[in-house]
Design a protein around this ligand. Sequence first.
Ligand code: PHE
Length: 476
Amino acid sequence: MHPEEAAGQASRISMHGHWSSRMAFILAVTGSAVGLGNIWKFPYVAGQNGGGAFVLVYLFCVFMIGMPVMMSEILIGRRGRRNPIATMALLGEEEGHSRHWQWVGAMAVVAGMLILSYYSVVAGWTLAYVQKSMSGVFAGASAAEVSAVFSDFTGSWVQTGVAHTIFMASTIFVVARGVERGLEQAVRFMVPGLLLLMLVLLGYAINSGSFGRGLAFMFSPNFAALTWDGVLVAMGQAFFTLSLGMGAVMAYGAYLPEETSITSTSAAVVLADTTIAVLAGLVIFPLVFANGLNPSEGPGLVFDTLPLAFGQMPGGVFFATIFFVLLSFAAWTSALGVMEPAVAWLVEHANRTRIQAAAMVGGVTWLIGWGTVLSFNVLREFTFFKGTIYNNIDYVTTNVMLPLGGMFVTVFATWVMCRNSSADELAAPARLQIVALSRPLCSTGGDRIHISACGWRFGIMAAPASNAGLASCSNA
Ligand code: PHE
């Protein structure tokens, strides 16, 4: 262990800069969490999996698994202050285990790039819908006309490919410029703006949609409609929507100031993210039922329902345009987080400038994205395992790689890191802070903090007056 590292994380600073305040960090993580996952993906997977029971499992996973994983990622990131791969290697060694924990970080980076590949394509659809809304094609359009717009558009690989390219280029541009500039400001107006517009839409859905049916679809659980695969999808969606299991939150945690409370920060982010997803469902399902649409139609659901609502409400062209602008922003702040771990790794280990690193990561991801672009047109019939190329990339990353990564991260924060190290991160700075605190289930006599879902138990812990006594590990 290097002497500098033995001194503990107090002396560690990130080479990429730090967030200017706690609020800045909350905004950045919220910006990464709130995105297409909430408004595009949540309603469509809930619809495909029968609603009610799925939503219940999803909410359970968000709060009981997602939140502890988020806390783990932030605390590991902040302690290591490097990119996820290097952080896992460094802490693995420092805590008396192995550098091989870096492979968890590596899997996260790969998952992130695969997710970004299709995320950018759907974000491209959103961008195109800004232009379509502005042109007024949706004004007074019928359900059939609105869905024809969607299928004509996604049926064209040229149009969707161009949109994908524009979105990826703008992401590369911002990531190349660095973590702090711009991002804070973008999120500051985007999340409240999105929330406000969702409320406007909710008003419309209550008045003009089949609100009762929508509500029942989302909240009255019909467990017969839920399959085991549906449970897996609900868990995957919880990871996806909170940006967990792929190093994005860990990478942001590396820039988090020392004294910020990890627990309350995570709670704020989880709450904001869940609110927006539930609102999206409450808007979309009443419209689906009122217009005789199919809740399980898949990735086109949002693009078929919301423009229909906008087309019928007063000031619809204006609201629709603003909505898709905000959604594009939301997608974009999420994409930045997905790209960060790989870029940080190239900068730290391959001696690349940020600009080169962003261009390399973005370029490779852009290429992979063509698999998704073509899944909706030329290669629509080319299916295997779970469906099209898009379906497979999504299934493997969201439902397998993210939960697996999240599980390793939690095991790391709870069983590999000694309790002192984790407690050190979790306790600062509140005097009395609620932390989930318990012994490991299969303790070998070690004294390690336990914040995973199984055995999740609240304890109240007084923060030490000074962290000095906690810096060394008693059982490493
Ligand atoms: N959480 C983002 C969303 O809901 C998507 C995302 C997934 C971002 C994974 C980063 C990592 O849209």
